[in-house]
Design a protein around this ligand. Structure first.
Ligand SMILES: Nc1nc2c(ncn2[C@@H]2O[C@H](COP(=O)(O)OP(=O)(O)OP(=O)(O)O)[C@@H](O)[C@H]2O)c(=O)[nH]1
Ligand SMILES: [Mg+2]
Length: 287
């Protein structure tokens, strides 16, 4: 079958994201600190430049979430990069609650001067007021539920689950504002759009599947060729995108009547395997 690879600029910036940005600006002055959740698999592509511009004068704690899905060595490199640039950071897995118990102490250290000042003025210690910011589907609501020890907010394995801001008070540690995930109007680098699409930050029904899977397979071929061999029996000397698609289709039995490859099913297999760690921990951003 002749398949033509299309190239489109990926974009997703509906009106509710624009509105969310305005609401974030309005609430900012109430915050002691802001927490930016990045996706540990793409610590550069998942940093929203518009958000960073808005919050850059506030104390910031960066949480690298979904550490369980990332390639650990590459994640550590990115964490050092952010640290060198003056950001406090912590890697976490909000779903399995790894390192989430360290967040309060880390947040306290970021705003230590303010806390010390308040203490010397004799002010009573109060919960740290913070907002959780990040791209869609990065795990903001899951983190809030982990910190609160109950299902305080709705979560889901697709972008755009949280529709409005919501305050959650957590005993004496935090007062947290959950916010809807936001992207920005235009991704400067095409790779950013691909990384966001592959990992599920952009609604699947608006992404050009063929184009995104093309990018993903060539990326995996470059950085993780052995995993393609182990998972789909793609030979190490096979580099052609269409041949790789056909191989996955045959190996997984994604066939139409007449034994033609069912490409839509192949796209689904690729993205699901990447997102569910069936190909191991992956890091998409590289220096
Ligand atoms: N593997 C893994 N999955 C996670 C982690 N944190 C969250 N998830 C999953 O990621 C998906 C999205 O989580 P949410 O908490 O709804 O994400 P959100 O950032 O609130 O998304 P929006 O409200 O759409 O902006 C859910 O399926 C979570 O179970 C993590 O650390 N590791
Ligand atoms: Mg949410």
């Amino acid at each position: 079958m002749d398949k033509k690879v299309t190239e489109k600029q990926i974009q997703w910036y509906p009106g509710h994201m624009f509105k969310s940005i305005r609401e974030i600006k309005e609430k900012l002055k109430l915050m002691d600190l802001v927490m930016i959740l990045l996706d540990a698999r793409l610590p550069l592509s998942s940093m929203n430049p518009d958000i960073l511009k808005i919050v850059k004068h506030k104390p910031i704690l960066i949480l690298f979430n979904k550490m369980d899905l990332a390639d650990t060595n590459i994640l550590n490199e990115h964490m050092s990069y952010y640290e060198k640039n003056g950001f406090a950071g912590l890697k976490i897995d909000a779903q399995s609650q790894i390192n989430t118990n360290k967040i309060h102490e880390k947040a306290q250290s970021v705003i230590k001067e303010k806390l010390d000042r308040n203490k010397s003025k004799g002010l009573l210690e109060r919960p740290i007021r913070t907002m959780i910011l990040g791209i869609p589907n990065v795990g903001k609501s899951t983190l809030i539920n982990a910190l609160s020890g109950k299902k305080a907010t709705k979560t889901g394995n697709k972008p755009g689950v949280t529709k409005a801001q919501q305050w959650i008070k957590l005993g004496s540690n935090f007062e947290l504002l959950d916010t809807p995930g936001v992207l920005w109007p235009k991704f400067g680098d095409r790779k950013v759009g691909y990384h966001l699409a592959v990992t599920g930050a952009i609604k699947d029904d608006i992404i050009p599947m063929d184009d995104v899977c093309h990018y993903a397979l060539l990326f995996l071929k470059e950085y993780y060729p052995k995993r393609l061999l182990d998972k789909y029996e793609i030979p190490l000397d096979m580099y052609d995108y269409l041949e790789m698609l056909d191989q996955i289709g045959k190996q997984r039995g994604a066939l139409l009547k007449g034994a033609e490859i069912d490409y839509d099913r192949v796209y689904h297999i690729i993205l699901t395997d990447i997102r569910n760690k069936a190909l191991g921990g992956l890091s998409f951003d590289r220096f």
